[in-house]
Design a protein around this ligand. Structure first.
Ligand code: PGA
Length: 249
């Protein structure tokens, strides 16, 4: 069975609530698609107005982070129940920017993964190597570690429904996209790792995105690869180009 493509925008720390609604209104007609799951992952404060603005469209809304406790004394954090109550379906977990600037680790990502499933939120778990790791030839070792720890305790059924985003750190926001061969090689390696942890059926079902300078010009070739099931898109998700990426064919 063919996997359905999923194209998600990662807005990062961009757009105030009113700007967010304006962007949704601009993109709505452009991202209409029958064949692709479309997700806008937006800053926490934009979630409520964006969910409202996306009502009646094919757009699902995601968060960019979430905490792994239910509630309590965690000043500044957002709980999974807050997200689901606001209409969130997806959450980006372990983005490299969160790992780098906010001390996210494979272990905290794992706790968040388990919590997301408990609340019926689909995680988009990010992984990816630095340029140094690529040059030293340890890309796959590093990513296998991220995937194996990230999925600890996750059942096969939960894994089947999840999304992994492969984002080489050196390709994020740099305009330097991985070559199609590099992206496909790692995405296939991640699928093989999932087959080792679970089984072939789980590996066949899980969706693996490529992220890192995806744009209207390179999306079609990247998404045509056997193991690339769509993209996680940063910069280009904030402009009309995102419509072209969703409708890449
Ligand atoms: P980019 O970001 O498309 O701007 O490279 C991708 C991401 O960080 O998810």
């Amino acid at each position: 069975m063919a996997r359905r493509k999923i194209v998600a925008g990662n807005w990062k720390m961009n757009k105030t609530p009113s700007e967010a609604v304006a962007l949704v209104e601009e993109l709505k007609p452009l991202v209409a698609s029958e064949d692709v799951d479309v997700v806008f992952c937006v800053p926490a404060i934009d979630i409520i107005p964006v969910v409202e603005a996306c009502k009646g469209t094919n757009i699902q809304v995601g968060a960019e982070n979430m905490y792994f406790e239910e509630s309590g004394a965690y000043t500044g954090e957002i709980s999974p129940a807050m997200l689901t109550d606001a209409g969130i379906k997806y959450v980006v977990l372990g983005h490299s920017e969160r790992r780098e600037y906010f001390a996210e680790t494979n272990e905290t990502v794992n706790k968040k993964m388990l919590k997301a499933f408990e609340h019926g939120i689909t995680p988009i778990m990010c992984c990816g190597e630095t340029l140094e790791q690529r040059e030293q030839g340890v890309t796959m070792d590093f990513i296998r570690q991220q995937v194996k720890v990230g999925f600890m305790g996750v059942t096969a059924d939960q894994a089947k429904a999840s999304v992994i985003a492969y984002e080489p750190i050196w390709a994020i926001g740099t305009g330097k996209t991985a070559t199609t061969e590099q992206a496909e090689e790692v995405c296939a390696g991640i699928r093989a790792c999932i087959a080792e942890i679970y089984d072939e059926a789980t590996a066949e079902a899980i969706r693996i995105q490529y992220g890192g300078s995806v744009n209207a010009g390179n999306a079609a070739e990247l998404f045509a690869q056997a193991d690339i099931d769509g993209g996680l898109v940063g910069g280009a998700s904030l402009k009309a180009d995102f419509g072209k990426i969703v409708n890449y064919k």
